[in-house]
Design a protein around this ligand. Sequence first.
Ligand SMILES: NC(=O)c1ccc[n+]([C@@H]2O[C@H](COP(=O)([O-])OP(=O)(O)OC[C@H]3O[C@@H](n4cnc5c(N)ncnc54)[C@H](OP(=O)(O)O)[C@@H]3O)[C@@H](O)[C@H]2O)c1
Length: 342
Amino acid sequence: MKIVRVAIAGFGGVGRATATLLLNRRPRYRQVHDADIRLVAVCGSRAGLADPDGLEAGRLEALEPGLTGPAFIEASGADILIEAGPSDFRTGGPGLAYLRSALSAGRDTIVISKGALVHSGPDLRDLARSSGAMLKLSGAAAAALPTIDLLEHSLRGCEVLEIEGILNATTNYLLDAMMNQNLGFDEALARAQAGGFAEADPRNDTEGWDTASKLILIANFGLDADLTMDDLVVEGIQSVTEQCIAAWRKQRLVPKLVGSLVRTDGATRAAVGVRTYPMTDPFAHVSGKNKAIRITTDAMGETIAIGSGTEPLATAAAALKDLEHILTARAARAGHGSGGEA
Ligand SMILES: NC(=O)c1ccc[n+]([C@@H]2O[C@H](COP(=O)([O-])OP(=O)(O)OC[C@H]3O[C@@H](n4cnc5c(N)ncnc54)[C@H](OP(=O)(O)O)[C@@H]3O)[C@@H](O)[C@H]2O)c1
């Protein structure tokens, strides 16, 4: 049986959920992938833990100060890095150093935070290609909603003409509440914050930046584009007034914050803004905290996926879906799998 060592950098809500799910799924990895998955390191911003024989669930509470950073992950001997630190698309955030270090060493990498991928996506993609590392990002690119997987697997070989996505659950909830519960923006936001699914500072969601970030990841990693934030016109939902809501209600139209991308003659145009849909359109029925994507291709027409899940479990599961894709790809590289024999 292969031993595969995994490290997790960024050990907040999502990092911890990923560790727990990974440890719970160890019997599955043995059975399905003939792999002994060992969690050899975890770290937050100031503390961490490492054990080459694998950390067990009971040991993950007491992190040791000073055990953190890309060099700590490197020294842990991990074959695969899962990065789940804070996201900052303007600087790349702490994730950037972890990703550069892992990918340049040829270490397969699963990314959950968006910042580094939006800031330096094409560079990281090229780094992975030149070192032969696999770079997966389902957790960052809308998590429970399949996006890049659809492009890579389900629609493989087709030419993508257009993508539309309801990619941010918070804004979908807010628009839904404004339309159906007769709430103003501030009241809907206060409810979402009280329910724990809007940030104290909600601007990353409400101004459209989160949707834009996910759209850029889908374009750059699913379609091999080279988009940056400067290429997008980004509008959020903060300017949606009561008058807009009343008019849409009257016309039986449903507003959604949508990231959209159109490809013509090799050029990719992308934008984020509010679009309205008639009740006959499936997007009109994507309610509450759901997300959705519609991909139009030359040969398969329209494909729509709608999804959501309870966080942080759903994001952890998306990252571990990537882990299984990596295990499968490693197994297919006959004679080239990393890790020792148990
Ligand atoms: N929450 C969701 O449902 C969801 C869904 C999809 C994607 N994401 C993304 O997943 C990421 C994590 O989300 P979260 O909710 O788990 O956030 P969180 O609870 O704030 O956790 C962030 C973690 O990153 C750690 N960190 C900060 N700087 C670091 C550094 N230099 N080195 C190592 N670790 C560092 C923090 O350490 P300390 O503990 O020491 O502060 C903390 O453990 C974010 O990028 C988020 O956008 C989240």
